[in-house]
Design a binder for this molecule. Structure first.
Ligand code: HEC
Ligand code: HEC
Length: 168
């Protein structure tokens, strides 16, 4: 009589490593990390933090990388080889490939891929309790300034216990 239960326990244990795959060794979500890549660090983290590739779908990265000369009012152009390298890196680690919930829960319309992490379904879901004016506080500047609130964001840590919203 006890063996079906045992079998269930055993099967659960066997599937755990598969689930753990979506997390690194410290148990952090892979899609919130920036995998090592020297060009990406050098070219895409001088004006703002190196955003984790897993926070946008591939179509968004392709669209963004195709228009770097008009990048949010800045010219962030690169030579073709560097641009293609970084695009391949971003696409490889994009939301589809690193966030197991992307397709089921946070999928974007492929016909109009968002250029901002902060306008994705995923971001809005995670921040649905924050009033828009909080993002406009002096100490924040804009929602894109993750580090203002997520003090450990550069290390891929966006956990609740390391969030502190600037009071003004
Ligand atoms: C010359 C400065 C500069 C460089 C270089 C640059 N960016 Fe940006 N980026 C900006 C500015 C300015 C914004 C808008 C920030 C804001 O709205 O607060 C932005 C916004 C973004 C956003 C959207 C943030 C949001 O609102 O969710 C992403 C993603 C992004 N950049 C990726 C990249 C990538 C990838 C590269 C390298 C190819 C890059 N950036 C290089 C200036 C730069
Ligand atoms: C004004 C402050 C603020 C800014 C700016 C901000 N966040 Fe957040 N973020 C929060 C708060 C507060 C929470 C919710 C914590 C909770 O669950 O109660 C949160 C939640 C999250 C979560 C979910 C945490 C978890 O484990 O449940 C992620 C991931 C996240 N933010 C990523 C980002 C990214 C990426 C950016 C920048 C593009 C950003 N945030 C910008 C305040 C901010």
């Amino acid at each position: 009589m006890r063996s079906p239960l045992l079998l269930t326990c055993l099967l659960t244990l066997l599937t755990l490593p598969a689930l753990a795959d979506n997390h690194d060794r410290e148990g952090r979500h892979r899609y919130r990390q920036v995998p090592p890549n020297a060009s990406y660090r050098a070219e895409c983290a001088s004006c703002h933090m190196a955003y984790p590739p897993g926070m946008l779908p591939a179509a968004s990265w392709r669209r963004m990388m195709g228009g770097l000369d008009r990048h949010f009012g800045e010219n962030a152009s690169l030579d073709a080889a560097t641009r293609d390298d970084i695009t391949a890196f971003l696409v490889l680690w994009s939301a589809e490939n690193t966030n197991p919930k992307y397709r089921r829960k946070y999928a974007e319309n492929p016909a109009s891929p968002p250029l901002r992490i902060t306008s994705t379904v995923w971001f809005r879901h995670k921040h649905d309790e924050i009033r828009p004016d909080v993002f406009r506080r002096k100490g924040v500047g804009s929602a894109a300034n993750c580090v203002a609130c997520h003090r450990q964001a550069e290390r891929g840590d966006f956990d609740d216990d390391s969030v502190r919203i600037p009071p003004r």
